[in-house]
Design a protein around this ligand. Structure first.
Ligand SMILES: *Cc1c(COP(=O)(O)O)cnc(C)c1O
Length: 389
């Protein structure tokens, strides 16, 4: 029998979450962001559920090519643009759209587009403005000149104005960056794309021609706090589940796990679960670090105790008398928000979902064949495709 830890990818949840993004930004087209192997969910797995997107956005040309091989014909955007000369050739052969964020990329494209004979008017570019986040992008003063040079390249068909927010999920908001963006792009023709998930969900002014929905598609909160999104209709796209391997009865004063960091103050029933940090479960949620993480056992919500070790963690079963060896435990998913586990570990859901370890077996909940009718006249996700494993 295989080790009982399984990550289940819920394709109906992914399709639902894409519909939530559409509902939030009804006049925008949606880039479904599938970088980092679809935030750890697997590009091939999520593809059937996200085919209703207007485009896919990611980082590596290799992942873009995987999407083309799956039969995706619509746009694919390289969010950091191309990395070297060979990538520029791939833009042509695989019809990839690209972000362009710096002088070196602009120079490369000016030289290589003619050298590689990219077809005239074939390339769609998102020109990135640094509106205040200060990671990537042309400064406002350099932006216009970059736009003009880009327009002068024969292979370029369209230039979309793009920027990225540092605080769309926080108190500072987006208004300063939006003001910089508007000023820098004033009078320049072209579509715009500024919103990430947080912008899509929370900032009307950022819902422009294209939104770039990432973490919301996977059913987690851009802010790291599930409370912030729990009314949006998002559903967890991944459930991490395992089983109880052993049950220990602790007497007062006895401890469990490395370092004896959890000491029972009274009689405690402890479950040992087949899940550890080598599966991608965060060790920093260990209760001796001042935290514990929520888990679900049957219908009971309970919590981790003591240190998370490589292959196991301990949970308090005192209030779950029927739980025994073999009882399933939800580490995160439908009942336990991944955001809440992440918060216990001092991080955000993004990091946990991306860090699911290769040794964890993956199951896929397929799309339902007869979907319930969608409300509000939203476009149905394409649910007719059989799922991939
Ligand atoms: C990752 C990324 C996104 C998506 O961000 P979420 O917070 O996951 O929605 C959008 N735009 C760019 C440029 C990104 O790199």
């Amino acid at each position: 029998m295989p080790r009982p830890i399984v990550a289940t990818i819920h394709l109906p949840s992914l399709a639902n979450n894409l519909a939530v993004a559409r509902r939030a930004a009804p006049s925008s087209r949606v880039w479904a962001v599938v970088k980092a192997n679809a935030y750890g969910h697997g590009i091939e797995r999520v593809y059937p559920a996200l085919r209703d997107a207007d485009g896919f956005a990611l980082l590596e040309p290799e992942e873009a090519i995987r999407l083309r091989e799956l039969g995706w014909n619509k746009p694919i955007l390289l969010l950091e643009g191309f990395f070297d000369d060979a990538d520029v050739a791939l833009l042509g052969t695989h019809r990839l759209s690209t972000a362009l964020h710096c002088e070196a990329q602009l120079r490369m494209l000016e030289v290589l587009a003619p050298a590689y004979r990219l077809a005239p008017r074939s390339l769609d570019v998102c020109l990135k403005l640094n509106s205040g986040m200060n990671r990537l992008g042309f400064t406002p003063s350099a932006y216009r000149a970059a736009w003009q040079r880009l327009r002068a390249i024969d292979a370029v068909r369209s230039v979309t104005h793009m920027t990225h927010f540092s605080d769309a999920d926080g108190a500072a908001g987006i208004s300063e960056q939006m003001a910089v963006f508007r000023t820098a792009t004033r009078d320049l023709p072209g579509e715009t794309s500024v919103a990430n998930s947080a912008g899509t969900l929370w900032h009307t002014e950022s819902r422009t021609d294209w939104v770039r929905a990432g973490v919301m598609l996977y059913g987690a909160s851009p802010s790291g706090s599930w409370q912030d999104v729990q009314d949006q209709g998002l559903l967890a796209a991944m459930t991490l589940e395992s089983k109880i391997l052993a049950v220990q009865a602790l007497r007062p004063g006895q401890s469990v796990g490395y370092g004896s960091r959890y000491v029972a103050s009274d009689t405690r029933r402890i479950g040992i679960v087949a899940c550890g940090y080598a599966d991608g479960y965060p060790r920093t949620s260990s209760s001796d670090l001042g935290h514990y993480a929520p888990v679900r056992v049957g219908n009971h919500d309970t919590r981790t105790v003591g240190r998370v070790s490589m292959d196991m963690l301990a949970i308090d079963l005192t209030e779950c008398p029927e739980a025994t060896v073999g009882t399933p435990v939800e580490l995160w998913g439908r009942h336990v928000p991944i955001d809440s586990v992440a918060a216990a570990a001092g991080t955000i859901g993004y990091e946990l979902m991306c860090a699911i370890a290769p040794r964890v077996r993956v199951a896929v909940e397929p799309l339902t064949v007869n979907p319930p009718p969608l409300q509000d006249g939203h476009r149905a996700a394409d649910r007719t495709h059989s799922f991939l494993r």
